[in-house]
Design a protein around this ligand. Structure first.
Ligand SMILES: Cc1cc2nc3c(=O)[nH]c(=O)nc-3n(C[C@H](O)[C@H](O)[C@H](O)COP(=O)(O)O)c2cc1C
Length: 225
């Protein structure tokens, strides 16, 4: 596909399902959504990296990246922290589990402080096997991602009956549906690009950490009276 996009962003995509899907169980639906998002953003000229929670070794106990001495967290956490810092924008893909965002995605994101994501935008992508496309999870994700600092753009992508919409390779199954899906998703990608480009430009003008000090040790650094 021809790429006329003047903004080339470093986009980090989080695949929100950690469901074990060895045969005969069906593979995670999230894989096909992640492939679709990766291809769509790459074809718009962005550098895209995918984070799969199954590839990240997390301790049995919860010890976030920021609870370690600087640079001393386990390798997977350090590497992911670097990728989060380097990214200009995020895509958060989540299945709906019990009307909420995926616990695997929330757990993974909870390992990192908001200062790593701050002053960058995100796009919410949810999906489900059923008819609502994860809309209820998506609403709650706005609050979560806002607190994390990566403000969600207004357009969201919801994929109901994801197995019917996308093939395993992340292609739109029905040719006749292709334009509608591309236009629907295109709104969300265009908003991510606009905000991602604008935020990157402004970060180069003013380091946001000099304007608003990040929480480095405790939320009491909010200085609420
Ligand atoms: C624990 C659990 C809770 C679920 N809750 C919902 C739900 O609230 N709404 C919904 O539409 N689908 C729900 N589903 C169905 C998921 O949409 C479906 O299993 C989907 O394939 C999950 O994504 P994954 O295959 O990438 O893990 C739930 C599935 C599981 C395993």
């Amino acid at each position: 596909m021809k790429n006329d996009n003047p903004v080339c962003l470093d986009v980090l995509i989080f695949l929100g399902s950690a469901r074990v899907s060895t045969p005969p169980r069906p593979a995670r639906l999230g894989e096909r959504i992640a492939r679709f998002c990766t291809d769509a953003l790459a074809s718009r000229g962005h550098k895209v990296n995918l984070v799969d929670p199954l590839d990240i070794a997390l301790d049995g106990v919860f010890k976030p990246h920021f609870a370690y001495q600087r640079g001393k967290a386990p390798e997977d956490l350090e590497l992911l922290a670097k990728s989060i810092i380097a990214a200009d924008a995020y895509v958060m893909i989540s299945p709906e589990y019990n009307h909420s965002m995926s616990p695997a995605l929330a757990h993974l994101l909870n390992h990192f402080g908001s200062s790593l994501f701050a002053f960058k935008p995100s796009t919410i992508v949810t999906y489900s096997a059923g008819q609502w496309g994860g809309a209820r999870a998506a609403v709650a994700m706005r609050t979560f991602l806002s607190e994390l600092g990566c403000l969600p753009v207004s357009a969201m992508i919801q994929v109901p009956r994801a197995a019917d919409v996308f093939t395993e390779k992340g292609r739109i199954r029905e040719k006749s549906d292709e334009i509608a899906w591309r236009e629907y998703c295109g709104r969300a990608w265009a908003q991510l690009e606009w905000w991602g480009g604008a935020a990157r430009t402004q970060r180069a003008v003013t380091d946001p950490n000099t304007v608003v000090k990040p929480f480095l040790s405790t939320p009491s650094q909010r200085n609420a009276p």
